[in-house]
Design a protein around this ligand. Sequence first.
Ligand code: COI
Length: 367
Amino acid sequence: MKYNISFHPTTKSNLDAVDFNNIPFGETFSDHMFVADYRNGAWQDLRIEPFGPITMSPANITLHYGQSIFEGMKAFKNQNGMPVLFRPEMHAQRLNASAARMCMPDVPEDLFLQGLNELIGIDHAWIPTTPNSSLYVRPFMFGTQEKIGVKPSSSYKFMIFTAPVGPYYDKPIKLIAANKYVRAVPGGVGEAKAAGNYAAGLLPTQEAHDAGFDQIMWTDNRNYQQIQECGTMNIFFIIGDTVVTPETNGAILKGITRNTLLHLLRDKGIKVEERAITINELVEAHAAGTLKDVFGAGTAAVIAPVSEISYYENKDDANYKTLKLPAIESRDISKNLKKELHEIRTGLRPDPHNWVHEVAVRDVAAV
Ligand code: COI
C-alpha cells in the first residue's frame, strides 16, 4: 500500500553547522523527522516535518508507565553516492515484535518502510562518508494518552529521526560480570527493545564505570553464571575454532547485527553455536588458552572488541578476578567480519542476502 505522507520542509537547514570529521555519537540531529499519530484504531496524519520538540501532557501515560519502544538502524552511501539502508524490513518486524510485547499497536511494515525511505531520501545529505561514520536512524513509538491509570494507551506516536554519528566506542572495552543486578529474565521484556530495559541498566553501568569498567556483562538471575549480553549489545566468544553466542531465551535481544554476523560466519563455513555459556566455561577456556576473542555486537557499535572480563568467583566475593584477552591485532575473525560488513553495506562487495536497499533521493527544493 502507498501512503500519503505530507512534507513540511524546514526553513533553515542545520547541515552547514556540522563538522563531519568530528561527530560525537547521538548529539547532532538531521533537519527532518517522520511522525504518525495513532488514534481511533488507525495510523493517521502521516507527515515529515522539521526536527524539533513535541509537546505532551504531564499526565502522558508513557512518562508514568513506560510504554515506549525503539529501533536503532543505520544508513550509508554506496559507491555511487546513493543512500542505502541495511535490513530495514527486519527492523520493522522487530519493532512490531516489541510492540506486541508492550501491548502497543502494529506499525504496518509498508508504512514503516515508506516513512523511513522518504525521510532518508529528503535528508540524504546528512549521511556521513568519513570512516566509521554513518547516519544513525531512530524509529520509536510511545503512548500519548493523557491518563493516570495503568492500562495500554489508546493513542500513540510513531516517529523516526536521524543523527549523523561517528564510532560508539573509541577503544576496546573492559567488562565486569554482573553479580548483583540483572538486565532481564526469560518471560520479562528483555527480548523487546523497550526503553525501560535501558533505564534498568543505568545504575549498574554507572557503578561499573565508578569501579573502572566500561560495561556490564549481564548474567542470569539465579546464580549470575549464565552470560546474556554486554552493555547494550549481544556478546560473542571465539573458543578454539568455534564462535559461541548466547541463544536468545526470552531475556536476550534478537540483535540484527547478531543475526547478520551469524549469517556471515556460517557463509564462510566457520562453526557457530547459539547456546548457553557460563563464566566458568570462559575461565576454563582462558586457562587452556582457547579463548581467542570476545566482542560485543550491536547496531550502534557494530563490533566492539573486549579487552578484559572481570568476574566474581562467588556471588558474594568482595574481590574480582580478571581474564586478560588476546591482543586485538590477533583477532582476525572479528576484524574481517567488521570489514566485510562495512564493505557489503557500502557496496564494495556483493550482497548475496539482499540486505542493502537503495533509497530514492528527493530533491527537497522541488517537492
Ligand atoms: C544500538 O546498538 O543501536 C542500540 O540500540 C543501543 C543504543 C542504546 C545506542
